[in-house]
Design a binder for this molecule. Structure first.
Ligand code: SF4
Length: 331
């Protein structure tokens, strides 16, 4: 990603910034020397080397409390977060788009699919436009779903929000996600009721994610079942600005008490298996990023559940289908 330092400087001037904290994802860290040199001529610069997970995380208040602006590289704004300081987001958009051939979508034709819901993760917004033209040329109807307040663009997805898919799920035969790797695709297939195909731009393949997602769902039900015999439950609020769902966690504490369990409400900015194991709890319910229970369960010796999974474990939900935890808004 080539950083347009002139544009960044202009944006910082517009908001009258004097002192700026910069968050840089690992992939862009080689650029910090150039960035520091270019910006520190005019602004006081603090570069945070702490890991961060997305626009839901502006880091430690100890670092940002004395700056008048945060500059975050690589992610797009989450519009409905009430950020503690003005944040300038420099989105990462993949510039090299490989050739998208019609033959990639042969299986969709063979299956008689005619209406496709197009989704993308933010880096691939431009690639998704190109995919749309190819699909339309092949005669498919391509629909782009409306975003809720947690997403910036129609068609965009986050690992914790698939509102763009939900808005059109009744109108499409399947979804096609333009991305790389399984992270966003797994979430999409867990959240949406129709098959999700992943166009993986790393290896230029298209595959149906339903079979591999079924395996994940089976593992989630195994965790839910293990949690059913739990008594001591840690219910965790993540304090990151865009993951903090305190009201939800407090409601879960009440539900746990009604189910004759022994809940404890925990606040944490960095969930760690040892913390909960040291508390000798039987299960954890994590209300921060919903991907922690799903993607990190293997790091824990005890079941770690999302809110809907916990409700399934204590039979507080009447339906049997698997429900993906999605963040719509935070407290
Ligand atoms: S909550 Fe999780 S999935 Fe959502 S933006 Fe943050 S890190 Fe990504």
């Amino acid at each position: 990603m080539k950083l347009q330092t002139d544009t960044i400087i202009e944006k910082l001037r517009q908001i009258g910034a004097k002192k700026v904290m910069i968050q840089v994802p690992d992939g862009l860290k080689p650029g910090v020397f150039d960035l520091f040199n270019a910006l520190s001529k005019e602004f006081g610069i603090i570069i945070s080397s702490d890991p961060f997970f997305g626009a839901c995380d502006v880091g430690d208040s100890v670092l940002y409390k004395d700056v008048d602006c945060i500059l975050q590289l690589g992610h797009s704004e989450i519009p409905n977060i009430n950020y503690p300081k003005p944040v300038v987001f420099v989105e990462y958009k993949e510039e090299k788009i490989p050739e998208i051939r019609e033959s990639l979508f042969g299986e969709l034709k063979d299956r008689g699919i005619s209406r496709i819901g197009l989704l993308f993760s933010i880096q691939y917004v431009e690639a998704a436009d190109r995919v749309k033209s190819v699909l339309q040329k092949m005669g498919f109807d391509v629909l782009t779903g409306k975003n809720d307040g947690r997403l910036k663009y129609p068609g965009q997805v986050l690992g914790c929000n698939y509102s763009t898919g939900h808005s059109i799920q009744k109108d499409v035969d399947c979804f096609l996600l333009v991305s790389t790797g399984i992270f966003h695709g797994l979430g999409a297939q867990l959240a949406l009721p129709k098959d999700v195909y992943l166009l993986d731009l790393n290896d230029l393949t298209v595959r149906n994610l339903a079979p591999e997602t079924d395996r994940v769902i089976r593992k989630r039900y195994a965790s839910i079942e293990r949690a059913m015999s739990s008594r001591k439950i840690c219910i965790v609020v993540d304090t990151k600005i865009g993951q903090k769902r305190e009201k939800l966690a407090k409601a879960l504490v009440e539900q746990a008490r009604k189910a004759d369990l022994e809940p404890v409400l925990i606040y944490s900015n960095n969930a760690s298996p040892t913390d909960y194991e040291n508390m000798r709890c039987d299960a954890v319910v994590f209300t921060g990023c919903p991907r922690v229970p799903i993607d990190d369960q293997d790091r824990y010796s005890i079941p770690v559940l999302t809110a809907p999974e916990f409700r399934a474990a204590i039979k507080a939900r009447s339906d049997n289908r698997y429900v993906m935890d999605e963040i719509v808004s935070t407290d």
